[in-house]
Design a protein around this ligand. Structure first.
Ligand SMILES: Cc1cc2nc3c(=O)[nH]c(=O)nc-3n(C[C@H](O)[C@H](O)[C@H](O)COP(=O)(O)OP(=O)(O)OC[C@H]3O[C@@H](n4cnc5c(N)ncnc54)[C@H](O)[C@@H]3O)c2cc1C
Length: 391
């Protein structure tokens, strides 16, 4: 019997088939076979989404064997990479070619295909999310063909491929816009929630990349700054908040405590007020919350369905250990996020329907139009994606 579960165990399913994809031919063959048999397919990355994006009762495609750098062009700072490559393996492989990602998230366990599919991001007023660095994509679509789109074509296919929610086909490879390798120095200090909030503008202005975690039970805020440096790397790499090393060695942290997460993006200028409202809510109504609230920034982009589309953005994340019911806290926080024009992270929890999501994304209709053109029968949709599809 086949079985799939996500990282936290919040979602699990026994699909009819768990199909391992080892080549583009495998991917194309699976799509063609599914078309003939009327199966639905969802692709799994590393299963780190809290949203029900992967669960599917028919076919789940596992791309973990489709990994590695295909080609790298140091002069133009680009590389083609296989979509199943874990980000932790991508950093060292790109480094061999003198190249690096502009930014990364808190952890590096995701696959590059899964991370780009949901607009995964790190922090920094100058740093865009990972979908925005996708300049080319190869995809096995519903007909069983492999199509290749590039940014130069400015076509709808490429725009949907950049942040695709797993809904256009099996992405086999991505071309990424990269930069030269760089080292970063990370430093941290501890303060309280009010002080962290008051210092947001200053910390944002002084640091390329800054974030903080505020812990409701202790009112402690762990403030982390990451800046590029010419200092030599120091090995062994020290703990979080003290590292000087290559970028891909400094970005990731360990997130051992299994949890569920909600994250909303709000316009950058509303970030401090939104954080204050969330802090007041948690302090008064949910003082026992055992995990921190995280505050980060992302630069504006033009990616269809990106939470940072057209606006400088702050992201605020709420976490709950998996042994607690996250519902009451998350629903109360979501009301506040919506008051601040929030947009939910695609890989995390939200309780919105399609019409609410459509009102938040200017490119919603054309994203779905292109998706439906590529896959009219809905082969690459699951229950969740069908629930938000325009009528
Ligand atoms: C501990 C933890 C820390 C996190 N930290 C951050 C963070 O710092 N920043 C942030 O923005 N997010 C963060 N996330 C969220 C996470 O980055 C996203 O949910 C991401 O999409 C997970 O990638 P994955 O490889 O696990 O993909 P999955 O969760 O397995 O899949 C995500 C989506 O991608 C699709 N997909 C995956 N691969 C392919 C492919 N090859 N072709 C087509 N579709 C595909 C799937 O169908 C699905 O729709 C975190 C999550 C956890 C659990």
């Amino acid at each position: 019997m086949a079985y799939w579960r996500n990282w936290s165990g919040r979602h699990s399913v026994e699909p009819d088939r768990l199909q391992f994809i080892r080549s583009e031919e495998d991917a194309a063959g699976l799509a063609l076979g599914a078309q003939e048999r009327g199966w639905t397919i969802r692709v799994a990355g590393a299963g780190h989404s809290h949203a029900p994006l992967v669960p599917n009762t028919q076919v789940i495609a596992d791309l973990s064997a489709l990994s590695g750098v295909i080609s790298a062009d140091q002069d133009h700072q680009r590389a083609w990479v296989r979509a199943g490559t874990p980000i932790y393996a991508l950093g060292p492989a790109l480094h061999q070619h003198g190249l690096a990602l502009h930014n990364q998230g808190d952890i590096d366990r995701q696959t590059i295909g899964g991370a780009c599919a949901t607009g995964t991001h790190g922090t920094g007023r100058v740093a865009r999310n990972l979908s925005s660095v996708v300049v080319g994509a190869r995809v096995a679509i519903a007909t069983g063909e492999i199509v290749e789109w590039g940014s130069g074509q400015a076509c709808a296919g490429w725009n949907v491929a950049r942040l695709n929610l797993g809904a256009i086909g099996i992405v086999t490879a991505l071309e990424l816009k990269l930069r030269e390798t760089y080292r970063m120095a990370e430093s941290a200090f501890v303060t309280n929630g009010d002080e962290a909030e008051a210092r947001i503008p200053e910390l944002m202005a002084e640091n390329d990349r800054f974030e903080f975690y505020w812990s409701p039970r202790t009112d402690q805020a762990f403030v982390k700054r990451m800046n590029e440096t010419a200092e030599p790397a120091q090995y062994p790499v020290a703990g979080e908040g003290k590292r000087v090393a290559w970028s891909f060695e400094v970005y990731p942290s360990d997130r051992a405590q299994l949890h569920t997460e909600m994250e909303y993006s709000v316009p950058m200028q509303s970030g401090p007020a939104c954080f204050r409202a969330i802090k007041e809510l948690i302090t008064s109504d949910f003082p026992d919350v055992e995990m921190p609230v995280e505050y980060r920034a992302i630069a504006s982009d033009d990616v269809w369905l990106s939470t940072a589309n057209g606006r400088e953005t702050v992201t605020i994340s709420i976490h709950r250990d998996i042994h607690h019911d996250e519902g009451p806290l998350f629903r109360a926080c979501e009301e506040i996020f919506l008051e601040y024009e929030g947009r939910p992270h695609w890989g995390k929890v939200n309780y919105l329907d399609g019409s609410q999501l459509s009102g938040m994304h200017v490119d919603w209709d054309r994203w779905w139009l292109e998706r439906d053109r590529l896959d009219p029968s809905g082969m690459f949709l699951n229950d969740y994606m069908r629930s938000i599809r325009p009528a």
